[in-house]
Design a protein around this ligand. Structure first.
Ligand SMILES: Cc1ncc(COP(=O)(O)O)c(C=O)c1O
Length: 461
């Protein structure tokens, strides 16, 4: 019964989290009991598969739920609280309602033809090579789907996968589910008081020490979530040299490819000498078009690697939603046709985010929360280890987890603890920071900023 109650409360928490994201209120929670919630039904003793044993908890469930419960101003989860460009929304409506009945039926398993064609065209220009739309592109449910396929289709039990940290929190669980062992190598700030993500670097010896005959792959994320670091050419070159030396796969997560701030440049791992044949590059329409709920992404790589991902895809979701793919295809066609013009959405979003980044930075400085200025992406870390607040009543875990709970419960501002993006050995690096997401309406950033400044002033008294 206790297990059932805990299951039910987890179920409700998830519903709460979902409602919060959708902006709905408690009254929209389902009023019915799920069918398994029947007093006469005995709980069957069905054990989960072994691959779920040892899976780390998910940071989002707790903090999204708490943000909802505390009605916090949400600078936590990484999604815009404004609408995507009108043209792609219009394209989606048009695709679903006015493009013939087949537009609402299954499309090609590996990707809707119009979408893979424009992806091949567009990325062919970025990669300076011809990409075969039919064999070198795979459309997935978000970049998440492509990451899952890339790891699941290459990692065997016993294999090791190097993860550069801080890292998007799905890499490790998927490696574990595949039976692999994550090997974490951290980016570290050059000194305690650095203020730019360019000052976070990997130690070459430490990285090479993580390689062994068991190493199968490395996951690199540039621009990086949560840090906002954009890897320089020489940093990628150092990683690429090791990939070639140890003959391993490189999974290059580049979902923030278009969000690069002035003075920085996005380098694509597959473009480095001799890296094409061993690199799977991963992108996200949700991130690129400020429409994270669309959950559409793609992997690009040589046919011999993409073919492996296809095997998982065909036995998993088989194909992705047709009208969404059509709308994203039309959106990419438009942006490619005006890529050098300021109206191009990928240029406009940089301009919008540059202003929001400055706003976020200004508020954090005013609130005495030293910001780490990002080179790309839409997150900003802020240092909290020097904040002398009593966190005894704010649960367990690393200090940043307690601090995030404290900020939500006492100040109504939601953020995400940075140590969630580090493996067990390096949580102490992340524990000093919390992550703010600034792809939010200006009013949201201002409201959070004002609250933080007020809080900061109260601390000094
Ligand atoms: C680095 C990184 N990779 C992948 C994803 C997942 O992207 P998608 O929403 O397209 O699945 C995210 C989402 O936050 C991310 O930050």
């Amino acid at each position: 019964m206790q297990a059932l109650t805990s299951f039910t409360s987890r179920f409700l928490c998830r519903q709460l989290a979902a409602c919060q994201v959708l902006g709905s209120n408690l009254t929209s929670l389902p009023q019915h009991k799920p069918p398994f919630f029947n007093n006469q039904t005995r709980m069957a003793s069905i054990k989960p598969a072994d691959r779920l044993i040892g899976q780390p908890g998910n940071v989002w469930i707790e903090f999204i739920t708490l943000a909802f419960e505390t009605k916090s101003i949400n600078l936590g989860q990484g999604f815009p609280n404004f609408s995507p460009p009108e043209n792609i929304v219009h394209d989606l409506v048009e695709a679903a309602t006015n493009s013939g009945p087949l537009m609402n039926q299954y499309t090609r398993a590996w990707g809707h033809p119009r979408l893979v064609n424009i992806v091949a065209d567009m990325y062919g220009k970025y990669f300076n090579r011809t990409i075969d739309a039919m064999s070198e592109v795979l459309v997935s449910v978000g970049a998440y789907g492509a990451l899952y396929y890339a790891l699941m289709s290459h990692v065997n039990p016993g294999d090791e996968v190097i993860i550069i940290e801080p890292s998007f929190d799905c890499y490790e669980p998927v490696v574990l589910m595949a039976g692999g062992t994550p090997k974490h190598v951290p980016l570290r700030p050059r000194s305690y008081d650095v203020e730019s993500t360019a000052e976070w670097t990997i130690d070459k010896e430490e990285l090479e020490a993580a390689f062994s005959e068991k190493t199968k792959a490395i996951v690199v994320n540039t621009p990086n979530n949560p840090l906002g670091k954009v890897f320089s050419y020489s940093e990628l070159e150092m990683i690429a040299d090791l990939c070639k030396k140890y003959d391993i796969l490189c999974i290059s997560d580049e979902v923030y490819e278009h969000m690069i701030y002035e003075g920085n440049k996005h380098y694509r791992m597959a473009n480095l000498p001799d890296m094409l044949e061993r690199t799977i590059s991963i992108y996200s329409a949700g991130k690129s078009f400020s429409a994270t709920g669309w959950k559409l992404g793609w992997a690009i790589g040589p046919a011999h690697l993409i073919n492996n991902l296809r095997t998982i895809h065909q036995n998993c979701v088989f194909t992705c939603p047709t009208p969404l793919q059509e709308a994203v295809a039309r959106g990419l066609e438009l942006e490619l046709s005006r890529k050098e013009q300021p109206e191009c959405f990928f240029n406009r979003i940089v301009e919008t985010l540059t202003a929001k980044k400055k706003k976020m930075e200004k508020w954090l400085r005013e609130a005495n929360l030293s910001p780490m200025v990002p080179e790309g992406g839409y997150f900003m870390l802020a240092r909290i280890d020097d904040k002398d607040v009593d966190l005894t009543d704010f649960g367990d875990g690393p200090r940043d987890y307690k601090f995030v709970r404290y900020l939500m419960k006492t100040q109504g501002v939601a953020t995400i603890p940075c140590s969630a993006f580090f493996g067990p050995e390096h949580k102490h690096i992340g524990e000093k920071y919390i992550r703010f997401c600034f792809i939010k309406e200006d009013e949201t950033i201002d409201a959070a900023g004002k609250q933080l400044v007020k809080w900061s002033k109260s601390l000094k008294k």
